[in-house]
Structure formats: C-alpha cells, structure tokens
Design a protein around this ligand. Structure first.
Ligand code: SF4
Length: 257
C-alpha cells in the first residue's frame, strides 16, 4: 500500500546534501513498518532539534514537533509520557545532541526512555556555516577554529553504551538500504535507541571520500548483548564498524513510572 509521507514544504538543504539519504531511508522505513502493521502512521511523532537535521520534521507527513536547541530528547520524553501509545522518534545533530543536549542524552539513556534518537553526525555545525562540534576531527579548520581544532572528538556510541542505552547502532548515509534496515530495528526497539548516522556535510566538512574507504558492516548474526564487546567494537578507528552493536530488553522509564 502506498503511504503518502510527502509534504508541500520546500526543501532547503544544500543540493546534494547527504541529509536527503536520511530522509529517503526514513520514509522507506516508515512505509514498510506501516505496511507490515507494526506501527500506525497517526501514532508516529517526529521531533527535531535545531540544525540542518531539524528541517526533516517539515519534510515527513506525520505528527511533528520542533524543539529548542539540544532539547529534543526531553521534549520527546514528555511526548511519550503524555501519551505512551505514541511512537516517539527524535532527530538531532551532533552539535544539537552532543554539545547543548549531552546531559539530556545521558539521562534519557540511563532511564531507558522509550524514544528513538537518530543523530545526523556530520562533525560540524552546518546550519551556522562551519564551527566545531564535539565530534569534529582534531585539526578541523572552520569558522571558530581557523588554526585547526586542538581537541579530540568524543565517541557518541561509546558514551551511549556507558550511559545505559539499550540499543546502540551506527550507520552511514552512503548505504541507504542498510540505513533503512537499522532505522526499522531502532523504531521497533522497546526503550532508548541511539542511532548515530555518519552524514558528511558536503558544504563544510566533506568527509565522503574518507568514510567511503573506512566503513564496513559488522556481522549481523553476532550476539548483541555483550556490552564489553560492543564497547571495544565502537572504538575501532582503523576501519569504522557499522551495525547494531548492542540491543537488550529492559523495562522502560515509562513502564516503571
Ligand atoms: Fe547539508 Fe551541510 Fe548544507 Fe547542512 S550545510 S544542508 S548538512 S550540506
């Protein structure tokens, strides 16, 4: 069955932006889950923070809310508490979630709030034209660091694993089918799901060639309940692993409340 998820909003992402891959993968994931009877369109709520990623709320024809900078996680926690029947899916960026929003992220993860967080990690503040974020590479030269960033980046997946997230995954915009498959699993996960999406910003941090050579998919048949293994795996740097590193079943914040 065709599910109409298009809106009339004019898309203002830079032509060729890899956010288009996330948008397409997300629409396909929703369409398949709705057609499979696993979610209902009128029960889906998309939340977004501030940044280039945030425009996605305008481009998908489901219930949506745009939050303050860094506050999409507590906003969606409130949405889910207000109506536990909803499928609460939050979008964020690396600046939005890992800088302004980091404390919310850690606590939602620790609580196992039943929300799914898809982070467009492009390693730069793109909307404000190129400042460092917590995931920018050391040496990154942008508007706020003309001499190159002197800081090491954080590893978001490692932070989430150590904070108690019950679903931790990483995908790359260069493989839209794989991204869609991981999105579907994250949406169906009961509890806090963190999906880091490596999303090169072609205007201010074009890392497409770098990641194309570096990323690889882990064996999807490996057990997903080994926290020690997951924490070691997400720290691999020589080659960058993609996939679902960790997935366990625990009571959610809402259930316990
Ligand atoms: Fe995409 Fe970067 Fe343009 Fe933002 S600034 S729309 S992330 S290419």
């Amino acid at each position: 069955m065709t599910v109409d998820l298009n809106t009339k909003a004019k898309n203002t992402w830079c032509p060729g932006c890899t956010n288009f891959m996330i948008l397409t993968a997300f629409k396909n994931a929703l369409t398949e889950l709705i057609n499979e009877g696993k979610i209902k369109k009128d029960k889906v709520v998309v939340g977004a923070g501030i940044g280039c990623h945030g425009k996605i709320a305008d481009y998908v024809n489901v219930n949506s809310i745009i939050s303050l900078h860094g506050r999409v996680v507590p906003t969606m926690t409130g949405v889910k508490l207000g109506n536990p029947d909803l499928t609460a899916i939050a979008f964020s960026g690396d600046g939005d979630s890992y800088a302004e929003g980091m404390e919310h992220l850690v606590h939602a993860s620790k609580r196992n709030s039943d929300i799914k967080l898809f982070v467009h990690n492009n390693q730069v503040f793109g909307l404000t034209t190129g400042q460092v974020t917590p995931t920018s590479k050391k040496g990154y030269k942008g508007k706020s660091t003309p001499g190159g960033s002197i800081e090491e980046p954080i590893n978001p997946s490692l932070v989430m694993l150590s904070s108690g997230a019950t679903f931790v995954a990483r995908a790359y915009t260069g493989d839209m089918v794989f991204l869609m498959q991981v999105m579907k699993k994250a949406i169906l996960h009961k509890g806090f799901a963190h999906l880091e999406i490596i999303q090169p910003c072609i205007s201010f941090a074009d890392t497409r060639d770098y990641f194309k050579e570096k990323v690889y998919q882990i064996d999807s048949n490996l057990p997903k309940n080994d926290l020690k293994w997951a924490m070691e795996k997400v720290q691999e740097m020589e080659k960058i692993p993609l996939g679902i590193f960790y997935e366990v079943d625990k009571p959610t914040f809402e259930e316990q409340l």
